[in-house]
Design a protein. Structure first.
Length: 287
């Protein structure tokens, strides 16, 4: 671990911003790292190039000057909003979590390039399940999540509801290389240590899968985690996992992203998408 690392919290001022700040601060406190508050402003470009060449030169120049002035005013408003947003978020974190320091990052452009700019510093990325562009949608998980998750080589925590300090977690396990890696990453990190853990496999009733489940649970136990292994039958993997979560009051889920098993094809109607969209609990994606 280096002192330059942080937990990157991607905020946009939507209803999930407070949740993102709180879960990022919780995550950071577990690792004794600062929170990096990232707000990315995507300032739209004016349509100055669409002006008709038929109008007079003087008129065209006047309109271009007005458009330039409007662009400058728009940029000032966007920058002022960004300044207020990150300062409010910083105050919220420092007022809610003792000892968590906060760094502020403000960039223009698109979210993914901004996240990748801090690639060497990112220990984890925290995002809201629905951003401002999807605040009225009940099932949309946010247009940025898939893009970021596909590119990230660190855990991505997705949250949406008011912060609740986790006391339990479950790892969705299917015996794939991705699921095995997810269990390995949990075992080598102190973030979930001390919480009651469950590693849950639905179906896959072959000896190889069963052995993988036992080995993953043993790995976690050897690392000092309190964990129980569960091998369950269910007609549908998502329904089975979500039912287990509800029945056992699981606070946070860990899902291996981009698994290649028949039930773990990420996004575009996949298991992972359905889990993120269906649960109110935070989900940690591990690729």
């Amino acid at each position: 671990m280096t002192t330059s690392q942080h937990i990157l919290a991607c905020i946009d001022g939507s209803a999930v911003t407070e949740s993102v700040c709180d879960y990022a601060a919780w995550y950071a406190s577990k690792l004794s790292l600062p929170v990096g508050l990232l707000h990315v402003s995507d300032i739209p470009v004016s349509t100055r190039r669409d002006l008709s060449g038929a109008i007079g030169i003087n008129s065209r120049q006047f309109l271009l000057e007005e458009l330039t002035e409007l662009d400058e005013q728009r940029a000032k408003v966007v920058n002022s909003y960004s300044d207020a947003l990150v300062q409010d978020a910083k105050s919220h974190i420092q007022g809610s979590f003792d000892g968590v320091s906060v760094r502020i990052y403000q960039r223009h452009g698109k979210l993914l390039p901004a996240i990748e700019h801090f690639k060497t510093e990112n220990r984890a990325v925290v995002m809201g399940r629905r951003g401002e562009d999807h605040k009225n949608s009940r099932i949309n998980i946010g247009s940025q999540i898939e893009t970021v998750a596909r590119a990230s080589d660190v855990p991505v925590l997705i949250c949406s509801e008011k912060f609740k300090e986790p006391s339990s977690y479950m790892i969705a396990f299917d015996g794939s290389k991705t699921a095995i890696k997810a269990a390995w990453m949990v075992a080598r990190s102190p973030v979930l240590k001390g919480l009651q853990g469950h590693i849950v496999m639905i179906g896959n009733h072959n000896d190889t899968a069963k052995q993988s489940l036992s080995a993953a649970a043993a790995q976690l136990e050897d690392a000092g985690f309190a964990v129980e292994a569960h091998h369950l039958s269910a007609a549908d993997a998502v329904d089975g996992l979500l039912k287990f979560q509800v029945d056992n009051h699981i606070d946070i889920m860990v899902v291996g992203a981009y698994g290649h098993s028949k039930w773990q094809q990420l996004f575009l109607g996949s298991t992972t998408t359905e889990i993120i969209a269906s649960t109110l609990s935070p989900v940690i994606l591990v690729r």
